[in-house]
Ligand binder design. Sequence first.
Ligand code: NAD
Length: 543
Amino acid sequence: MATKNGRTPLFPVKATMPWTFAAGSTERARTDKALADIRATSFDIANEINGKEVRTGSTLPIVTPHEHSHQLGQFHKAGPAETQAAIDAALEASTWWSRVPWEERVAPFLRAADMLEHGPWREKLNAATMLELSKTTYQADIDAACETLDFIRYNVENMLKMYAEQPSSFPGAWNSVEYRPLEGFVFAVSPFNFTCMNNLAFGPAVLGNTIVWKPAESASLVAHLSLQLLKEAGLPDGVINVVYGHGQDIGPTAIAHKDLAAVHFTGSTATFQSLWKQVGNNIENYRNYPRVVGETGGKDFIVVHPSAHIDEVAAACIRGAYEFQGQKCSAASRLYAPKSMWPALRERLIEMTNQVVVGDPTLPTTYVGAVINENQFRKHEAVLASARAEGIVVVGGNTDGSKGWFVDPTILEVSDPNSRYITEEHFAPILTTYVYDDNKWEEVLKIVDSSTAYGLTGAVFAQDMKAIQQADHALRYSAGNFYINDKPTGSVVGQQPFGGARASGTNDKAGSLWSSIRFSSPRTTKVNHLPVSDFGYPHLDKK
Ligand code: NAD
């Protein structure tokens, strides 16, 4: 039976607190055991179509980035035939899933959130994230556990807020809006860098959509385990179908299908633009105009006013630029420092960078693990080789791919504010600095705004209120997430709705009400209580 709208209050949704992993804590012991279990398993991950495991025999290994000789197993690559089967399964499931009352639809999601919060799923997903993505315990927990379950709970809360948004009715008629799921299937395409990007599939599904999910090649294990969690929590077969492998083997079949209802994408700007172009080229063949929702790259800034506190700036640079090896779309990757502060700030950054431990992220003292794979590593290797040759390295600047894909936490200094080092996304622990004259504050704000194509995140550090207002005004469109005296990373679902415009995406703010609206197709119903039986109007009266 289909329910339309209606709202029963949900428990108040609160942000999930990360575990501390302090020495001797139970969570540390539980995580160590989960790490050992995952390491000892050889996964053989199949595509999941209508609840069935589909193995193609064409496989890729699941590699641990910080120890690339160690494989966690393999996954089976999908091609056009498996993609077509996944689409068929999603379309079949949409005939009934879209009509399941929302109270029943949300049940597996909320159950999965509770199961994840309290373990053993929490340490299992965290451990897989540490081993497959090379995250430290804390970075894994804020992603795989906290953000995943915040997304799930806020999706439900947002859905109910959306359902509560209803038109007026007056005596004589009753009006309502039904928030139908989209007609067709949602193609969810996720990046490698966050386990919680399972939300690209989960978010639309809770609204009644059915999904074909293509996770990044380097995040296949965490995607597989995320879906296993949801299935164990009761998600029916066919609602979320997963196809693993390369974009070019899967994307064209999904994009060309007439029942493509939406593309829900997170990843690089180049891939998103190519998907959007494919949708545009196929526009005459769709049943509906597909929604195209994408969050993409960034070149996120920290701009420092001379009135800022130097230690706060330095800590924000280290955390913002180096955590998870700078592989966050929000990572600080350009720093604008005043000349008066730079010598002392430079020393502070060198000192702090030298304290950062690079290595195996499963060891509690490690701050920076390895970058995700050899392709990325080779790109960073080339960038840093050029930086060394140009003599712009302040600290770091080396790489070591002998055991794992390690890139030194690095500070560069350029004299040209349009240099590629300070305008192009590297996705590595590299922070490029441009030093400006203290009396050119307003000019530097213009440079921050205009020198990159992106508009994702950014931070201003200042104690002077006027300077903060100037930055707030000048950088209004430079970042969708703007921070005052804080690092530009670490947004929390429900607190700092995340996303940017310009080349950084469609800014639909993942996990927010605005995002839920994009995956709904409202239908308005008017029930006329007093139908008329005369077609005329008073002004037609000839008397
Ligand atoms: P990517 O663009 O290489 O890949 C993203 C996904 O697209 C992967 O699943 C990939 O296999 C798939 N893909 C590639 N070509 C395809 C095709 N032709 N058809 C269908 N799918 C295709 O990005 P990545 O390296 O995985 O992730 C890093 C990027 O993601 C960075 O640019 C980062 O800034 C961005 N990112 C943005 C956000 C955000 O919220 N703005 C969040 C996380 C990551």
